[in-house]
Design a protein around this ligand. Structure first.
Ligand code: ADP
Ligand code: MG
Length: 456
């Protein structure tokens, strides 16, 4: 399947190939033709499968004809968070560069003056979070009756964030005859209800079962004591060939404290959570994207749907309370075909939550064991062990290393292990091509306790 087979205009195809996309993702291949035919759409596909372009691309062609009018946007895209809205806008800018389309972004935390000015001049595509849109609507700064196309993006997140009443209010203000599209990773009953109410004879496109996880993600769980979580996390950060990682925690206070603790252990980490204002969130995200820091500690709301490319690892410092969040969290890695690893630290408090996750994903997450370790585990103190045990461990001394790299010479080993103890400062400090097993090095220290737990 080719983008050219989907009925998009030549100008648009050029922008797509300039962006480096060669093949449409399954949701794009299935959604683009009916969107171009002005059909209503329900698009269900897991996070990271390219839902944004599946409506942005055809919308650019659909909106290409027609005239702008002051205060009356011609189309509206609703997104749950400011970051997600901003990402949709970036997509329009990237693919719409050969078209004359005016965009406006209505999000909280940004000066309203410029947004109102843009509306006064007329916009083709208005991208908004429900809260800010309601705000402007109630002040009479915007009219929605010229809006012939509506997209509700990340609908399940909207539900989590309590936006359904706002969306219903907004939908009621739009003209009856319009095209409506709804995209979501999952379809909980209230979203089905919303779709029934506001979509007309929609084409339902379901790419893979909702709430399944991506095959490009290798996920593990690690049973640990609550007080061992930080140490276990540090061990993994140092020894699992981590290039970039997002670490999720359920509480804002955990996010803050964990980040401080990681920094004090020399990691290049940052944080993002709901208590931060918009500009500091963006700043922190930029530091992460630019490679200034390679670890981002995040809460669910702040990280929702963020498109951060090339995240090699996701860590769940605690298991999310809502099982859907697990799917969203680990969806930050393994995006667009790249392989990723996801670890969930499971203490007693997480037992119920992890059971719910496994029920939702209909699969048991394997326990991380010695065979999954990416460094060579060398027993340093075999001499101090009783003979029988020593022999046993000698027999088992075949390294469980995944990489094809030849074993380092013994005299070099101590030095390497030394380096391994030091955290990898940032991905910028090392060219990407070198980040093989060498980054993690070998581990001459004691086998970490959590591996023993998981080995039983
Ligand atoms: P979703 O909304 O489904 O979570 P996004 O639209 O944010 O997913 O896309 C996820 C990632 O995949 C983005 O980095 C995007 O640039 C990339 N992507 C989207 N479509 C393609 C494609 N056809 N080929 C390669 N990468 C793509
Ligand atoms: Mg999306």
């Amino acid at each position: 399947m080719n983008f050219a087979d989907l009925g998009l205009s030549p100008d648009l195809l050029k922008a797509v190939s300039d962006a480096g996309y060669t093949e449409p993702t399954p949701i794009q291949a299935q959604a683009i033709p009916p969107v171009l035919m002005m059909k209503d759409i329900i698009g269900i596909a897991q996070t990271g499968t390219g839902k944004t372009a599946s409506f942005v691309l055809p919308m650019i062609d659909v909106m290409a004809s027609g005239r702008r009018r002051a205060l009356m946007p011609r189309s509206l895209i609703l997104a749950p968070t400011r970051e997600l809205a901003a990402q949709v806008a970036e997509n329009f800018e990237k693919y719409g560069k050969n078209h004359d389309l005016k965009l406006a972004l209505l999000i909280g935390g940004v000066q309203m003056g410029d947004q109102v000015k843009a509306l006064n001049e007329g916009v083709d595509v208005l991208i908004a979070t429900p809260g800010r849109l309601m705000d402007l609507f109630e002040r009479g700064k915007i009219l929605l009756n010229g809006c012939e196309l509506l997209v509700i993006d990340e609908a399940d997140r909207m539900l989590d964030m309590g936006f359904i009443p706002d969306i219903e209010f907004i939908c009621d203000k739009l003209p009856e005859s319009r095209q409506t599209m709804l995209f979501s990773a999952t379809m909980p009953p209230p979203i089905e209800k919303l779709a029934k109410k506001f979509l007309k004879n929609p084409k339902r496109i379901e790419v893979s079962r909702a709430a399944t996880t991506n095959k490009d993600i290798t996920a593990f769980k690690i049973p640990v004591q609550q007080r061992q979580k930080r140490e276990t996390l540090r061990w993994l950060l140092r020894h699992d060939q981590v290039e970039t990682a997002i670490i999720f925690a359920n509480r804002k206070t955990t996010v803050r404290e964990l980040n401080k603790s990681l920094q004090s252990h020399g990691f290049a980490s940052g944080e993002i959570h709901g208590d931060m204002d918009q500009s500091s969130r963006i700043k922190e995200l930029d530091r992460f994207k630019s490679g200034d820091i390679n670890i981002l500690v995040a809460s669910d709301v702040a990280a929702r749907g963020l498109d951060i490319k090339g995240v090699s690892h996701v860590f769940n410092f605690d298991t999310p309370w809502h099982p859907d969040d697990y799917v969203h969290r680990i969806g930050r890695t393994g995006r667009a075909g790249a392989k990723g690893r996801a670890f969930t630290l499971v203490a007693g408090d997480d037992a119920e939550a992890i059971a719910n996750v496994e029920k939702l994903t209909k699969s048991e997450i394997p326990v991380f064991g010695k065979k999954d370790v990416r460094v060579e585990l060398v027993e340093p103190d075999t001499k101090s062990k009783p003979k029988s045990e020593r022999e046993e461990s000698d027999q088992k001394s075949e390294p469980k290393k995944r990489s094809e790299k030849p074993k380092a010479k013994p005299e070099k080993r101590a030095k390497k292990a030394d380096q391994a103890e030091k955290p990898v400062k940032s991905k910028a400090s090392k060219p990407k091509t070198e980040s093989t097993a060498e980054d993690a090095g070998e581990w001459n220290g004691p086998v970490p306790g959590f591996l023993d737990i998981s080995a039983c």
